[in-house]
Ligand binder design. Sequence first.
Ligand SMILES: NC(=O)c1ccc[n+]([C@@H]2O[C@H](COP(=O)([O-])OP(=O)(O)OC[C@H]3O[C@@H](n4cnc5c(N)ncnc54)[C@H](OP(=O)(O)O)[C@@H]3O)[C@@H](O)[C@H]2O)c1
Length: 315
Amino acid sequence: MGTRGSNAWLLLEREERDLRVAVTGAGGFIGRRLCERLREEGHVLRLLTRHVERDARGGDEVAFWDATQPPAPSLLEGCDALVSLAGEPVAQRWTREVKERIRDSRVRGTAGLVEAMRGGGTVRTLVCASAVGYYGDAGERVLTEESPPGDDFLAQVCVAWEAEAQRAEALGARVVRLRFGVVLHPEGGVLHKVLPLFRAGVGGRLGSGRQVMSWVHREDVVSLVLFALGQLVLSGPVNATAPHPVTNAHFTHALAERLGRPALVPVPALALRLTLGEAAGAVLSSQRVLPQAATRAGFSFRFPHLEEALRHLLA
Ligand SMILES: NC(=O)c1ccc[n+]([C@@H]2O[C@H](COP(=O)([O-])OP(=O)(O)OC[C@H]3O[C@@H](n4cnc5c(N)ncnc54)[C@H](OP(=O)(O)O)[C@@H]3O)[C@@H](O)[C@H]2O)c1
């Protein structure tokens, strides 16, 4: 192998093996599993957290960071990569204050992190969370990374969030914006919320059930973050959704069938709007998203079909 080949190989080895990776949102539903996988792969972690004492117990490096405050200039010094997952939970009633927190924790938080990247000078890769909410309520339309954004509240947040992340490109960093679909695992997210109802036999479709749900198994989403860290050619928006999205009615039927329970109690759209207010829009909106960029880059999903994913998740 010539010198160029050896260098390329060494670079890949370094990218894949012994990175110092800073992570925000490490204590969350996706972050917890991501950190386990990063440790298993031998990377050194620096958790950026509001709960330094709580998060220092695991033996990782820990630094105080609150998305709504300017970061310490040394926050990212010595780090090779940053994975940013932090954000105020979206699944709650959206008061004016909650909407501000949903937006600020992502948009201001990411802006601060990019400033810290400028100061620290060592981070070469930023993998930043975003969401399929970027596309707004798109009905049956097939969405790829090239599709235009929507214009509802969540879409506007995602657009602004991604724009802040993209600023890191001017620093010479590679930026991957992962547009997560509905992440499935019983430990958190949607499945954690609906499982007790379905187990009790009082689950049902939401609204008409015709809205398309772009779901993804948590293990695949975490693998995709690791893939994004290691694939030097991957950058820009990347949909983190399984290749076979389903309607909410299909999801309801598949989940009930797997649990051997009936799903006879649909939740009318009006009831959702009364309970969740504006946030009901997020539950009722439809996005048929395809993971075009990930698939083209050679990523293969372990759980491309919902039925296999549920079988694994509920085994
Ligand atoms: N789960 C999904 O289905 C899904 C779908 C689409 C997009 N996403 C996006 O993916 C990201 C991770 O999702 P998740 O489900 O793992 O979220 P999660 O369980 O709600 O965790 C959110 C994390 O963000 C941190 N955080 C919130 N506000 C913060 C602030 N002001 N400063 C510092 N940290 C803050 C939390 O820290 P504490 O531990 O201190 O509370 C927590 O670790 C989120 O940005 C979410 O919008 C998730």
